[in-house]
Design a protein around this ligand. Sequence first.
Ligand code: SF4
Length: 388
Amino acid sequence: MTLPLADEKCLFAAGVPQSDAIPLIYAFPNTYSVGITSLGYQSIWAQLAQRPDVDVRRWFIDGHEPLPRHPEWVGFSFSWELDYAYILQALTRLAIPRHRGDRPDACPLVFGGGPVLTANPEPYAAWLDVVLLGDGEELLGQFLQAYQEVRQAPRAAKLRHLAQVPGVYVPDLYTVTYESATGPVQRIEPHPGIPPTVTKQTYRGNALTTSTVVTPHAAWENIFMVEVVRSCPEMCRFCLASYLTLPFRTADVAQGLIPALERGLQHTDRLGLLGASISQHPEFSELLAFLSQDRWEGVRLSLASVRTNTLTRELCEVLTKRDSRSVTVAIESGSERLREIINKKLTNEEIHTAVTNAQAGGLKSMKFYGMVGYPAKPQGICRPPSTS
Ligand code: SF4
């Protein structure tokens, strides 16, 4: 498939690659429609495309931009575990040996990043030369800077140098021992001179991510997305979206979110507010006041799921006004006892109140997320985290 690039509205000024720019393929291991809807993929692509020292081309399983003849890097953005199998297909189609140990010196280096890899890079370690752990805002620049310093060096020397960058995990330089063939990790030993710990990187700024491209071919067509918060302060025991990305960070409303939304509305009439727990933004009511203005007549608003006990009538009224018919809340279980065990902090009464607010606010339906398969002996896994 040829990518429908003519239909894209690119919302940033791409740089012109220098003659010696690093040729890099940036891949999303799924279709264009899915990949271009990932705010993480969009934002890393825009970071790369704005750099004159990088010549980036996008690759999806159903199409790609014209590719460099001799790429130096192939990068993957992983948002979901289910995309795992596509990495093997991608490597094969790009003529790169699947196993990192089989790649000759001239072969492109392969890196990966995103929440799946930050949570647990080890299942992917056989295929990736480099894993970027944590937020990409600052890490990507440091990684590329370090690469420029050793660009002409042999492959092994490049990897040793990159391994010194905080947040860069080079699997080849650690020996991982398992308790048994299917058992847990027993030990991870760094090679001499390699940091014993790779620290996940955390972006501390308050300018969070916004869409860098709008297209009718995205899974949510023509949507302009803004990241309202990152992480969640609730820390439900099962929740990767909270623990993986702590601390809870909020975008600046007056200086960041509102100007970004106004910019997006010049290109589309569909907005998406993203984040693990957007309604817990301390200035969420200011954001709602902005979105409920009559001048946004005809604008359609979509939300990531909302914490049930923050679903106010005011929020539902704004959603109704902005063409939403439904709202999604994650109650996890119908049992209040089980919710207590998993630290959900949500009573039956609060669920009833949320439903009442949704109806009073004009919404026509609600979707509940729930989970099945809680361990039979929950007390075994649900002790509070040790504070010692
Ligand atoms: S409230 Fe939702 S996002 Fe926050 S920790 Fe719980 S499950 Fe995760």
